[in-house]
Design a binder for this molecule. Structure first.
Ligand SMILES: [Zn+2]
Length: 380
């Protein structure tokens, strides 16, 4: 039996405050493939935790049956520090309440940290190059002296992820259909994951600008490759952010379905020796994230949506009416907020009172939008 629970203490930044990180490992320690799964890095996003709650017993049963062919590390709720951030009866799970830093931004740019250490270790063997880069990152992490609990947590998580071949970071949107964010080079390789998840969209970006967790490893390998064009350096990990619908979509029935999807993906890859069952219908092909419009309002007001999730819309079509909450026709006037592209409605906001500049919908199109090309793509 290899299915184990681990508890790691994170010494707090205030007297007496220590937080425990709970995580599981399963599968042969010497397996050729290592998998890192985590949920709720944004600690107020529970659908991923629900999915992993249902996946863990499946992994435990597969372990008992000797069916695990990969080593799994699972952090069902990877950010216990964020679980503790409450203010005025609201859970602030997205940001470090002390610094305001989004937990899924400003992950380290690793290549500059290891460039010197790997420079003379790269060879013509791609697997050895991945191993050399991983070893250098592990050594760099070990050399760090985290100054705060959140730095400690980030280094712990990164150390697990950097040794993994598949790194999946489970999130959710506000009110949304399932989708994936990943690097363009990883598609169509991860199309099987998209199919098993049953996503409405896979959105790709090399660098969405925020240093999000799923971009740390692709950026590391991409920079190593650019610095050493003569050496074969594959992207050493398949990484993705998995968006499991909206924040309120945490239910057993959905979580079980999501766990089945993940298990099917692993079984389909031979990482669990189990019958994956019939592969689901193909999910849509990936589109550049720069082709997804984040539709914003230019005034505060009350939203009255005119579309449902999944609706196909055309450029110029009203997505919502914005009811004025000030001015001469306050609470009488309403005007349409128009789609800026052809596509389908991937997400909306659940809070219908919005401030000026707020994003109110993501519309997944196929044509790169001039305002998005090369821009900061994420919402903070
Ligand atoms: Zn998130």
């Amino acid at each position: 039996m290899t299915f184990d629970l681990h508890r790691t203490a994170l010494t707090g930044d205030t007297p007496g405050a220590t937080t425990e990180l709970y995580w599981y490992t399963a599968g042969p320690a010497d397996a050729a493939t290592r998998i890192h799964l985590q949920a709720a890095l944004h600690a107020d996003e529970q659908p991923g935790t629900m999915a992993l709650h249902h996946l863990l017993p499946m992994l435990r049963a597969a372990d008992a049956g000797g069916q695990l062919k990969a080593h799994f590390t699972v952090f069902p709720s990877v950010n216990p520090l964020g679980l503790g951030n409450f203010a005025l009866r609201h859970h602030i799970g997205r940001y470090d309440i002390e610094t305001g830093v989004n937990y899924n931004r400003r992950w380290p740019d690793l290549y500059p940290q290891i460039a010197d250490a790997v420079a003379d270790k790269l060879t013509d063997d791609p697997r050895a190059n991945i191993a050399a880069i991983r070893a250098a990152v592990a050594a760099w992490i070990d050399s760090q002296r985290p100054a705060t609990a959140i730095q400690h947590l980030r280094l712990l998580v990164l150390k697990s992820a950097v040794t993994a071949d598949i790194v999946l970071d489970l999130h959710c949107d506000d009110d949304s259909l399932k989708h994936i964010f990943t690097s363009p080079e990883l598609m169509p390789g991860l199309q099987d994951l998209a199919d098993w998840m049953g996503v409405a969209a896979t959105l790709t970006a090399e660098d969405s600008g925020g240093g999000s967790f799923d971009e740390v490893l692709p950026t590391l390998y991409r920079k190593a490759r650019l610095a050493h064009p003569g050496r074969p350096i594959p992207l050493g990990a398949e990484t993705a952010t998995l968006e499991y619908r909206g924040r309120a979509d945490s239910f057993d029935s959905i979580g079980r379905q999501d766990a089945d999807g993940l298990f099917g993906f692993f079984a389909g890859r031979g990482l669990v020796a189990a019958d994956p069952g019939a592969r689901p219908a193909p999910a849509p092909a990936p589109t550049p994230f720069e082709a997804t419009e984040v539709l914003r309002v230019d005034a505060p007001g009350l939203l009255a949506y005119r579309v449902e999730l999944g609706d196909r819309v055309s450029k110029g079509q009203p997505i919502a009416d914005l009811i004025a909450m000030d001015g001469p026709d306050a609470f009488l006037a309403r005007r349409p907020i128009l789609a800026g592209t052809d596509g389908f409605v991937l997400s909306r906001v659940s809070g219908k009172y919005v401030t000026r500049g707020a994003g109110i919908a993501k519309i997944v199109g196929t044509n790169i939008l001039p305002a998005r090309a090369g821009a900061y793509l994420l919402e903070d």
